[in-house]
Design a protein around this ligand. Structure first.
Ligand code: FAD
Length: 457
C-alpha cells in the first residue's frame, strides 16, 4: 500500500530492549516525531554483544527462576558476516579513520568490535538520553481506553529499577518489543538422558574452551555456534564429536585438519554408564553433552489476551513478522526473522513501525492482514515446512526488505550486500575454518565503500 498523505501524529512509545533492534527502533521513532522511552535491564547498550565471563548457574538454562545472563557470546566469537554487509545502512560498520588502536579492523571482527560499533551508533544519534538503564520491564498489558483515546490501543508498562528498587507503572500509546531471541534455550530430546551421569549444558553458557581440557565432548547441532565451538574446544579436549539430526544415519567422518574432531548422525540413546550411542552405531564414553540447538522466542512480560502466542516457535499471528493484526499498530515486534542480516533488516522494520504509528504509512485492514498471514501459513504447510521455521527467511529476506523499503519510500537492499551475503554463505559452508580470513569478493567490498562514502567522514 502506498504511503498516505494524512497528517503526522506523534505518540508516546515504549521500546523494550537496547540491543541492535531497540537502538535503531528508538532512532527511527524519534526521527518520525514520536516521544520514546527505551527500557533496558542491563547497564549499557549492545544486548547480546555485551560479552561477559558470567554464565547462568543452571548450565541448561531451563530453571525459570534462574538469574538470566543475557549474552550468548563466547570469548573467541568473530562475526559470521562481513562487517560491510552487517552494519545499518546509513551508519556503515566501516573502518573509520581516527579510531583508537584498540578497535578490531578485521572484516569479520571480534564481538568487542560489534559492541563498540553499537556504542558508536548510540552516541552518534544521542540514543542514550532515551534509555532507562537497569530497568526491567516486568509486565506489559492492555490498558483500559479513556474517552480521548481515539482508537489508540494504550499499554500499561510495569517496570522495576534495580538499584533503587523502584516499581513504575505507566501508560504508553504504543510498545515496540525488541527483547532479543537468544536467551531461552531449545534442547534436543535424548532417550535415556535422565539417568545419564555426565554434564549437560547449552551453548548459551559456553564462554571458553579451557574447562574442556582432556574431556570427551559431544555437541548437538549444525548452527554457526556449533561449528565455531567444536573447533574452539578441539584445541583442548581429548575428543569432540558433533551430532546432527540432518546428517545421514551412517555419518561418521573425521574432520580434515583435526586429530580429535568427528561428525556423526544424531544420538540414538545414552546410558547410565556414561556412554553415548549414535545412529551410526558408534558408542563412546562422554563427559559433556552441549546442546547447540538454538533458542525459543520468549516474552515473559507480555499479556495480550491470547492475541499473540508462541506455538512451536511460531510467534503469531504477525503481519510481516511485525504487527499482530488485532493490536496493530500499537504493539509491534522487531527482530523476529532469523537466518538474515539482522541490523539492516531491523533498520527497515523500525522505519516502517515509526511511519505506521505516525499515520504516514497505512496498514491494510485487520481482515486483510489476517488473510495474508493465513495464506502464508497455508503455503508453509503445503511445502511441508514445520511451524518452528515460520520466521526463517534466508534469501527471502531481500524481498522482505525491499517490500519494507517500498512502504517507507526508501531504496531496497544494495546489490553488493545481497551478493556479499550469498557468497559469504557459500564460503562459510565450504571453508568453516578459513572463510573469515580468506576471500575473493574484493569488488563487492569496493562497491560497499563507495556507498559508505555518503555516510562516513
Ligand atoms: P539483543 O541483542 O539480545 O538485545 C535485546 C535487549 O533487550 C538486551 O539488551 C536485553 O537486556 C533487553 N531486554 C530483554 N528483556 C528485557 C526486559 N524485560 N526489560 C528490559 N530490557 C530487556 N548477527 C550478526 O549480524 N552477525 C553475527 O555475526 C552474529 N553472530 C551471532 C552470534 C551469536 C552467538 C548470537 C547469539 C547471535 C549472533 N547474531 C549475529 C545475531 C544477533 O542476535 C543480532 O545481531 C542482534 O544483536 C540482535 O539484536 P536484538 O536487539 O534483537 O537482541
Amino acid at each position: 500500500m502506498a504511503p498516505s498523505l494524512s497528517p503526522i501524529r506523534s505518540h508516546h512509545v515504549a521500546v523494550i530492549g537496547a540491543g541492535a533492534a531497540g537502538l535503531v527502533a528508538a532512532r527511527e521513532l524519534r526521527r518520525e516525531g514520536h516521544s520514546v522511552v527505551v527500557f533496558e535491564r542491563q547497564k549499557q547498550v549492545g544486548g547480546t554483544w555485551i560479552y561477559t565471563d558470567h554464565v547462568e548457574p543452571d548450565p541448561l538454562s531451563v530453571d525459570p527462576t534462574r538469574p538470566v545472563v543475557h549474552s550468548s557470546v563466547y570469548g573467541s566469537l568473530r562475526t559470521n558476516l562481513p562487517r560491510e554487509c552487517m552494519g545499518y545502512r546509513d551508519f556503515p560498520f566501516a573502518i573509520r579513520s581516527g579510531v583508537s588502536e584498540s578497535r578490531d579492523p578485521r572484516r569479520f571482527p571480534s564481538h568487542g568490535e560489534v559492541l563498540a560499533y553499537l556504542q558508536d551508533f548510540s552516541k552518534e544519534f544521542g540514543i542514550e538520553e532515551m534509555i532507562r538503564f537497569e530497568t526491567a520491564v516486568v509486565r506489559v498489558s492492555p490498558a483500559a481506553k479513556s474517552d480521548g483515546d481515539e482508537g489508540i490501543g494504550k499499554w500499561r508498562i510495569e517496570s522495576t529499577e534495580k538499584e533503587k528498587k523502584t516499581h513504575r507503572d505507566e501508560i504508553y500509546d504504543a510498545v515496540v518489543v525488541c527483547n532479543g531471541h537468544y536467551i531461552e534455550p531449545r534442547l534436543a530430546e535424548i532417550p535415556g538422558i535422565s539417568s545419564w551421569p555426565g554434564k549437560e549444558m547449552h551453548s548459551h553458557n559456553y564462554r571458553l574452551p579451557e574447562p574442556f581440557k582432556d574431556q570427551v565432548v559431544v555437541l548437538i547441532g549444525n548452527s554457526a555456534s556449533a561449528v565455531d565451538i567444536s573447533r574452539d574446544i578441539a584445541g583442548f579436549a581429548k575428543e569432540v564429536h558433533v551430532a546432527y539430526r540432518s546428517n545421514p544415519a551412517d555419518t561418521f567422518i573425521k574432520q580434515p585438519g583435526y586429530s580429535n574432531l568427528w561428525m556423526h548422525s544424531m544420538i540414538e540413546r545414552v546410558h547410565e554408564d556414561g556412554s553415548v550411542v549414535f545412529q551410526n552405531g558408534e558408542t563412546i564414553l562422554v563427559d559433556v553433552i552441549m546442546h547447540c540447538t538454538g533458542y525459543k522466542y520468549h516474552f515473559p512480560f507480555l499479556e495480550t489476551n491470547g492475541n499473540v502466542t508462541v506455538d512451536d516457535n511460531r510467534v503469531g499471528p504477525l503481519y510481516k513478522d511485525v504487527f499482530p493484526p488485532a493490536l496493530a499498530p500499537w504493539l509491534s515486534f522487531m527482530g523476529i526473522p532469523w537466518k538474515v542480516v539482522p541490523f539492516p533488516l531491523f533498520e527497515l522494520q523500525g522505519k516502517w513501525i515509526a511511519g505506521v504509528l505516525s499515520g504516514r504509512i497505512m496498514l491494510p485492514s485487520k481482515e486483510d492482514m489476517m488473510g495474508e498471514i493465513k495464506s502464508f501459513y497455508a503455503t508453509l504447510e503445503a511445502q511441508g515446512i514445520p511451524k518452528r521455521y515460520t520466521h526463517q527467511m534466508g534469501n527471502a529476506q531481500f524481498e522482505y526488505n525491499d517490500w519494507l523499503a517500498s512502504q517507507c519510500g526508501c531504496s531496497g537492499t544494495e546489490e553488493w550486500r545481497k551478493e556479499m551475503y550469498l557468497t559469504t554463505g557459500v564460503r562459510r559452508r565450504a571453508h568453516p575454518e578459513t572463510y573469515r580470513d580468506e576471500w575473493e569478493d574484493y569488488h563487492l567490498v569496493s562497491q560497499a565503500y563507495q556507498d559508505f562514502s555518503l555516510y562516513t567522514h
